[in-house]
Design a protein around this ligand. Structure first.
Ligand code: BTN
Length: 275
């Protein structure tokens, strides 16, 4: 894989706002604890919409549900966006889903790999995880007049050495260069920024439906048998649709419909196992 270079990325940006915050530079770190933590810190320092934080390595990368995101150098893309979101907090889940859409569209466009979205927004290839998204609200929320901000962090597996992957993870993960050969990381970042801007504009202008339709189009979740865990509850059934709120609609075997707005799912695979 190519090495991340801010100059190359900025030269190829096709966006109007993302990566072009007028009074705040984008950042590329050789090594940092977490790009999400850094973006949250920049928000507190006054950074505005569109700032991008990138790192070649993270020493304390964070995943969903309090998990660690393994982030060695030369293996993955670790990036976070600071975005101005609609002030209605009910819209926030849509930014999370939209970021998944942006990532799959950008990866298809820049690396030629079609990934699927597993709710909420795992990026998946043949049942294996290739990337994930961690969207976080800075706290305190809404300190600036009427504006909400959100940090969207993306971790994408690019080039792993199979021998360095812990045993239980090896069967569940995959990476782009194994699937499709060399990846131009700088181009990929620029295309992701372009797609994030598209999603952010759609949401800002009230075109929620089009973001949800794109999520449905790239979903590998809908129509599948799933097991969902949320808090201490577990549900089994079929994932039937995504609600306007971004919640996953699950139809249980007893014919009840449940809307899941948080939690984890596993999907029934062709061999009957759940992953
Ligand atoms: C997941 O658990 O699926 C989400 C993983 C998100 C990882 C990315 S890597 C860049 C950003 N910084 C972090 O600490 N986490 C996110």
């Amino acid at each position: 894989m190519t090495t991340l270079e801010l100059e190359d990325i900025e030269a190829s940006l096709t966006t109007r706002q993302i990566g072009r915050c007028p009074d705040w530079p984008n950042e590329l770190w050789d090594s940092i604890e977490s790009t999400n933590d850094r973006a949250l810190e920049l928000y507190r320092e006054g950074a505005g919409h569109g700032v991008i934080v990138l790192a070649r390595q993270q020493t304390a990368g964070r995943g969903r549900q309090g998990r660690t995101w393994i982030s060695p150098p030369g293996s993955g893309l670790y990036m976070s966006f600071l975005l101005k979101a609609l002030s209605d907090p009910r819209q926030i889940p849509l930014y999370t889903l939209g970021a998944g859409v942006a990532a799959v569209r950008a990866i298809a466009g820049s690396a030629g790999v079609e990934l699927g979205l597993k709710w909420v927004n795992d990026l998946v290839h043949n049942g294996k995880k290739v990337g994930g998204i961690l969207a976080e609200m800075p706290s305190p929320v809404n300190t600036r007049t009427g504006e909400s901000f959100i940090v969207v962090g993306m971790g994408i597996n690019i080039a792993f050495n199979p021998e360095e992957i812990p045993g239980d993870l090896a069967v569940r993960m995959d990476w782009l260069e194994r699937i499709a050969g060399p990846v131009d990381l700088n181009l990929m970042v620029s295309v992701i920024a372009h797609e994030m801007e598209f999603i952010s504009c759609q949401l800002e202008s009230g075109h929620t439906d089009s973001v949800l339709s794109l999520w449905r189009k790239h979903s590998i979740t809908l129509g599948r048998d799933i097991v969902a865990t949320t808090g201490s509850a577990t549900y089994r059934g079929q994932a039937v649709d995504i609600a306007d709120s971004g919640a996953l609609i699950l139809q249980t075997r007893e014919g009840k419909q449940i809307q899941l707005s948080a939690g984890e799912i596993t999907i029934r695979q062709s061999d009957g196992s759940y992953a």
